[in-house]
Ligand binder design. Structure first.
Ligand code: ZN
Ligand code: ZN
Length: 155
């Protein structure tokens, strides 16, 4: 997929305090099942795409960081906790979480890391019965929801 370098891909955290922009097309797009990614996300795996550090710009707010090991630093929003970045210390690259992109379909993972930690139930869970949020809300008899999630665009 060709990405307009001038427009770039944009993303940010759930509350909108942190917004970023990518000036290059993400490469090395992968999902990672390792235990550190499971803990960092609270999910069964994380999905990342990387660009050069010079192609990553924070356009609003500040990315908080946690040095999850002596080789890497993970970035997140200090206000809402959304995981945003992974940076191997000393490397010229930074990866962003695909779920934090305004268009999470913009790039597609081609490899998987941390296969040894992949949760056994993942293939079965992805084959489980599906429900849309709309259907779920109707079933729960919830008429309206005023969410506090920042829209997938610059505000
Ligand atoms: Zn936030
Ligand atoms: Zn990982």
């Amino acid at each position: 997929m060709a990405i307009d370098a001038a427009a770039g891909l944009k993303g940010g955290c759930q509350c909108g305090a942190v917004r970023y922009r990518l000036m290059g097309e993400p490469t090395g797009v992968n999902i990672c099942h390792c235990r550190m990614c499971q803990k960092a996300s609270g999910g069964p795996f994380m999905a990342f795409g990387g660009v050069r550090m010079s192609e990553f710009a924070v356009s609003r707010g500040v990315v908080s960081t946690f040095a999850s090991s002596d080789i890497a630093e993970r970035g997140f929003c200090g206000q809402c906790g959304t995981p945003l970045t992974y940076h191997r210390l000393g490397s010229d690259r930074v990866s962003v979480t695909l779920g934090s992109l305004d268009d999470p379909n913009a790039v597609e993972p081609a490899t998987q890391l941390g296969a040894e930690s992949s949760v056994r139930w993942l293939p079965r869970a992805l084959g489980a019965p599906e429900t849309s949020v709309e259907q779920w809300l109707a079933r729960a008899k919830i008429q309206t929801v005023h969410n506090r999630q920042h829209p997938d665009q610059e505000a």
